[in-house]
Design a protein around this ligand. Sequence first.
Ligand code: DX5
Ligand code: ZN
Length: 218
Amino acid sequence: TDAEFIHPSILNADFLEIGSELDRISAADSVHVDIMDGHFVPNLSFGVDMVSQIVRHGPIPVDAHLMIEDADRNAPAYAEAGADSVTFHLEAASAPIRLARELRAKSTRAGVALRPATPVDSLLDVIGEFDMLLIMTVEPGFGGQSFLESMLPKIRRARKAISASHLEVSIQVDGGVNRETIERCSEAGANVFVAGSAIYRAQDAAEEIGTLRSLASG
Ligand code: DX5
Ligand code: ZN
């Protein structure tokens, strides 16, 4: 792929200092905001008002990752809040194509996410309906978990199918992405890299973003 994008996840940021935590990652391409409802995943994080405020803080685009039930009903509000991309879980949507079209009509990019145990294959027939495919490389719910190596063949298969259909769909990886794992994700065909603990636990977040970017571009 021609361009790599680094999206720090603020799940591991200091929530009492969110403004300066956003400023720490100004060298990144987007901020990844993990929305969790305590039902789809066993954790609770932010909601639509947090997304509006981060958008207002700017200038970094917001990549909203919705780990919430009933995506069909709940996702459009995140597009209206000004997110640059809205990614919902396939497992939480009953009409994913209709929802992607609704999000795109609100001039947001539409992403579809898969938990590790959800197969990608049937989705590949309709992948042109989406701007981004998020292949989770941990079970969603928490930051700081270790990368699932078994997701690499899934990334590779998805990239092969997308290239064969001459589509320009991004492949995002999320979970356990760091200096040790990012190159393998990139080689397999991912081009959007979420990193939470790797960036927020670094002494110098800007430098870590630069290191990850150069490892990803090989
Ligand atoms: C997990 C979230 C991730 C998480 C990544 O459910 O979707 O975005 O914050 O954190 P790290 O990079 O620490 O695995
Ligand atoms: Zn995420």
